[in-house]
Design a protein around this ligand. Structure first.
Ligand SMILES: NC(=O)c1ccc[n+]([C@@H]2O[C@H](COP(=O)([O-])OP(=O)(O)OC[C@H]3O[C@@H](n4cnc5c(N)ncnc54)[C@H](O)[C@@H]3O)[C@@H](O)[C@H]2O)c1
Length: 276
């Protein structure tokens, strides 16, 4: 029997990087997954990869910040899989600058994607989770559901040049703490995973100082200068950056039945970096 058999999981931003690895990991353990990404092609690729391994998945393409997205995301789970057991708020990117050069647009975009979007997704999920948990309680069952919000060591210790991102990633920890208290009665475990340095397109070492990706029509700089990436890796006690699969493993731990009595916690997955 697979650990997550019968569970239905939403994973935002799961077309690439850590989210992709989370979607595959949860599916391999039996969860049926709603794959979301801003970009359609990578989202469909992940759905196909899950199906090829014998799992079940469906895509829900769109920006987590779009009007009405949260309701559409949770409804996709109910319509396709008749359930809603796991929510992983992972979608996001960085848009850095020192505070004196940071625009309102830059601040708002990063707070929207890392904090307001998870809030709206969780708010939309509440009535559905509440209905399931009420029916289960009436039947004398105790069924645990899981929320895993993705934070960063920047949210724990701050990072120069990332006032917006650090604030968003600290804010999601606050949201997690509040909901762990609010949703305990619905038997929902609400936790965070804060990553250190994980190798994805966000953090890939590149000599191209102009490397960028298109996020909702904006050119956002990605990647790290190779020297900076090397010196950052040297500061990691385990001696290297993490892989998306290692990052996904930390999220998986907080989705398993073994974590049923853990709520309101932030697990740091940083190879020994603590962030503080
Ligand atoms: N890579 C790291 O070292 C690191 C460290 C700490 C935290 N994180 C966090 O982990 C999460 C995943 O990052 P990653 O490194 O895998 O990045 P990534 O760029 O490899 O993948 C992120 C995915 O999210 C999608 N996305 C971005 N904005 C979106 C939106 N508005 N709506 C829907 N999808 C959207 C992107 O298209 C992309 O496919 C982010 O929340 C990031 O802040 C990453």
């Amino acid at each position: 029997m697979k650990n997550l058999a019968g569970k239905v999981a939403l994973v935002s931003g799961s077309g690439r990087g850590i989210g992709r690895a989370i979607a595959l990991k949860l599916a391999r353990h039996g969860a049926r997954v709603v794959v979301n990404d801003l970009d359609e092609a990578p989202a469909l690729e992940v759905v196909e990869a899950i199906r090829l391994e014998g799992g079940e998945a469906v895509a829900c393409v769109g920006s987590v910040t779009a009007e009405g997205f949260a309701e559409r995301f949770v409804q996709t789970a109910v319509d396709h899989f008749q359930g809603l057991d796991i929510i992983v708020n992972n979608a996001g990117y960085t848009w850095d600058n020192v505070i004196q050069k940071m625009s309102d647009e830059q601040w708002d975009a990063i707070l929207d994607v890392h904090l307001k979007a998870p809030f709206k997704i969780l708010r939309a999920a509440q009535p559905i989770m509440r209905a399931f948990s009420k029916a289960e309680a009436e039947a004398g069952q105790e069924v645990f559901r899981k929320v895993v919000n993705i934070s960063s060591i920047a949210g724990l210790g701050g990072n120069a040049g990332q006032a917006n991102y650090s604030a968003g990633k600290a804010g999601i920890i606050g949201l997690t703490l509040a909901l762990a208290k609010e949703w305990g009665r619905m038997k929902v475990n609400v936790n965070c995973v804060a990553f250190g340095f994980i190798k994805t397109r966000l953090t890939e070492a590149t000599a191209d100082a102009n490397a960028s990706v298109d996020i909702e029509g904006r050119h956002i700089k990605v990647g790290l200068n190779p020297d900076l990436a090397k010196s950052f890796e040297r500061s990691i006690p385990l001696g290297r950056a993490g892989t998306p699969e290692e990052a996904a493993n930390a999220v998986y731990l907080l989705c398993t039945p073994e974590s049923d009595y853990i709520s309101g916690q932030t697990l740091v997955c940083g190879g020994g970096l603590s962030g503080t």
